[in-house]
Design a protein around this ligand. Structure first.
Ligand code: ZN
Length: 380
């Protein structure tokens, strides 16, 4: 399995200046290659290399590999754009968006991320330093921070390219790691997970991961955004962008913590994890407007994917089940009735009288469906 490890760099002021100059140089070069590609209608890596390699290598003082990565970055960007146009993602022929995309060369931001291969970047993991090529010469002893687990994964499984990225005033290296797939244990039972808004995740054993803190942060941010948006100044826009990033980081962190707790619990009890098949969750959920905003900004898919990969890493079985009527069905007798659900939090079966927290009841249904689904798919 593929895993991405992101470490934060701790450059000295001189190193930071060199990194900044490097990203600016490679991205200015990328813009030049992109203009050439657009003008001459040549988009293949090989052709672009023939016509622009020497020019950008000499013109911007790039190392050979850096120049090649720049050209590949441009070729990849056009391949993606053309695939999007073919797929109709930019509208029909002649639509304003499509015309704009086709008539202007792709531009690269001055701080856009850049890939570095092993010849341009070497890792001294025990010392927590890297040595990296820059336009101001090779930067040695560039320090980084990482958790003990990240260091372990890096030293055992890091492979190929890493991206140098600049975000919110901080420098990062994003390394790709290739881990062997762990053996998936045959589960004794299933832990069902119900994803929601009031409770971000509820499991069939009754554990509720409440979204109150997160929703409170969201609400505060939204108020602040409204005030900033009213201002329309440049600094307000910049602040707005920072806020959005901060909110996304907070949400991702919350998702990581919840996913980890659930996977640890499944591992401890020898269970598999049953998740709702999230395709179409937006169609299924009908909500009042304020909640819909929360739902849209809240990434169910992120929590689902964190659960998926953390489970895979731990060798915990995962199964995706049909989410239809999980909130209206009685997990004790199977009776389905909209009236079973008294309000947001309470479930009470009109047929057998079984009562439970609504989300726990739904999670139990998901667990039961997981068990059945697993039995069917592993019958042979
Ligand atoms: Zn019942």
């Amino acid at each position: 399995m593929r895993l991405v490890v992101q470490v934060k760099l701790l450059p000295t002021p001189e190193q930071a200046t060199a990194l900044e100059a490097t990203l600016r140089a490679v991205n200015t070069a990328a813009c030049q290659v992109s203009r050439h590609a657009h003008e001459h209608r040549t988009f293949r890596n090989y052709d672009l290399r023939k016509h622009t390699y020497t020019q950008i290598k000499d013109g911007y003082g790039l190392a050979a590999q850096a120049a090649q990565h720049v050209i590949k970055k441009v070729a990849d960007a056009y391949a993606t754009l053309h695939a999007n146009i073919r797929a109709g993602n930019l509208g029909k022929v002649g639509s304003a968006r499509r015309v704009r995309a086709e008539s202007t060369p792709i531009a690269f931001r001055a701080e856009a991320a850049q890939p570095f291969d092993d010849r341009c970047l070497s890792w001294q993991i025990d010392a927590r330093t890297v040595s990296i090529w820059s336009v101001a010469g090779r930067l040695k002893n560039l320090r980084f921070t990482a958790s003990a687990e990240q260091l372990k994964i890096l030293s055992a499984h890091r492979k190929g390219e890493s991206d140098l990225a600049y975000r919110d005033g901080m420098w990062f290296l994003i390394a790709t790691c290739d881990l062997p797939d762990p053996h998936v244990k045959d589960p004794d039972a299933f832990l069902g997970v119900d994803l929601g808004i009031v409770n971000i995740a509820t499991t069939s054993d009754g554990a509720r991961h409440c979204g109150r803190a997160l929703n409170a942060v969201r609400h505060r941010q939204r108020e602040l955004r409204r005030r900033l948006q009213a201002k329309r100044t440049k600094s307000a826009k910049r602040l707005l962008k920072q806020r959005r990033r901060k909110e996304a980081r907070f949400a991702a962190n919350t998702n990581h913590v919840i996913a980890k707790q659930i996977v640890t619990e499944a591992e401890r009890t020898g269970s598999g994890i049953a998740l709702e098949d999230l395709q179409g969750i937006r169609d299924r959920v009908r909500l009042r407007k304020p909640q819909r905003v929360t739902l849209h900004s809240w990434s169910f898919h992120q929590l689902g994917s964190f659960l998926g990969y953390k489970a895979a890493r731990a060798g915990v079985a995962v199964i995706y089940v049909d989410p239809a009527f999980t909130s209206q069905q009685c997990s004790s007798c199977g009776h389905v009735d909209r009236k079973n659900r008294l309000d947001q939090a309470s479930f009470s079966c009109t047929s057998c009288g079984f009562a439970e927290h609504a989300d726990v009841n739904a999670a139990r249904n998901i667990a039961a469906r997981g068990e059945t689904g697993w039995a069917v798919s592993h019958a042979a």
